[in-house]
Design a protein around this ligand. Sequence first.
Ligand SMILES: Cc1ncc(COP(=O)(O)O)c(C=O)c1O
Length: 295
Amino acid sequence: MVRVSYQQKPYRRALMETWGATCTPSPSDRTAAGRAILAKRPDHPGSLGIAISEAVEIAAQRDDTKYALGSVLNHVLLHQTVVGLEAMTQLEMADDYPDVVVGCTGGGSNFAGIAFPFLGAQLRGGKKIHIVAVEPAACPSLTRGRYAYDFGDTAHLTPLTKMHTLGSTFTPPGFHAGGLRYHGMAPLVSHVKQLGLIEARAYHQISCFEAGVLFARVEGILPAPEANHAVRGAIDEALRCKEEGVSRAILFNLCGHGHFDMQAYMDYFAGKLTDQNYDEAELAMALAGLPSVSA
Ligand SMILES: Cc1ncc(COP(=O)(O)O)c(C=O)c1O
């Protein structure tokens, strides 16, 4: 488990331990990848890229262990499209169709899951819709990253993938939407962004928590900090409708509940959350380290 999440989300750890797992914060001293990173920075907060390196390293060395990635790869995105296909059927039953579709983007799977069926319909001659990918301003791969071949993990054990990337060694600050702290973006999401078929937008965490709390008070559902980014995006689209005096159907993906993120909400209510900017120098260094790939 990424070290910063291990510290920020103790109930997630407790849940895994309930089912018999042993949780180790990453970077750890149990893998060569983890040890190399700790040697350079003993208090490293970890990142999804490092956790992937450690998991892949262990899986590659053991016959009884397999590794399955839950995001980023195109087949995961396609698997998640059941979300958009279901939304399509539900909207059909309501005799409606979205004008705008919004999702948050970490590795891209829940966003693609809701958006791609509608984008596919559009590309086959259907209604043109506005699709918005919302990412954290502290880890802005789609809005600030380079579209290039890069590794999916920090120790470079994975194949190269063409994607929007901040560089595989980029360590985002420890904001609360842990699932959005990934340096890259799924190849298919990167591709449709490159083609101009979607808009990417970056928000800081406090305005996302504001949106999540408003949603919880109105709907009675408490969103995950990751989902708060989509809620913020949907609310901003609704406010734009108000300003323009038009009515639009806005569909967004509430990709997870926040019941294991109550510390984040407590910090927000106590005024302890800060909007963290990524380190420009670190971003430049991580991008300078992108692998050179001949065309
Ligand atoms: C609730 C939630 N939403 C979103 C994400 C981001 O992943 P993806 O962009 O692949 O949907 C995560 C990742 O852990 C998550 O836990």
